[in-house]
Write a new protein. Structure first.
Length: 99
């Protein structure tokens, strides 16, 4: 499931902006703390990041199970390989048109 989540996860521009804001805030806070406080901050952020990673995978798994349930109700067969092949053909077709 983690491999599927990584395959289909798309970061938005807003996510990238927020990541830079977090890094800047961390740097500012980190520089103003004592050595012990820096260690505590790092432990906190590591725990929070691990929590969010697990939460993200859990949310993806729930969405995947929901989508699979819908697919089963509709009775339509689906293949990631067929989708990849169709996507590759479409990219190739566009490239040929642009030449």
């Amino acid at each position: 499931m983690i491999a599927l989540q990584r395959r289909f996860h798309v970061k938005s521009e807003r996510t990238e902006e927020l990541a830079h804001e977090v890094e800047a805030a961390y740097d500012t806070l980190h520089d103003s703390l004592s050595r012990e406080q820096q260690k505590l901050l790092l432990r906190f952020l590591t725990a929070e990041e691990n929590f969010r990673d697990e939460e993200r995978v859990d949310a993806f798994c729930s969405g995947f199970k929901l989508a699979d349930g819908i697919r089963r109700e509709l009775g339509a067969e689906y293949s990631y390989e067929a989708e990849d092949e169709a996507r590759a053909r479409e990219i190739f077709r566009r490239e040929m048109e642009n030449e």
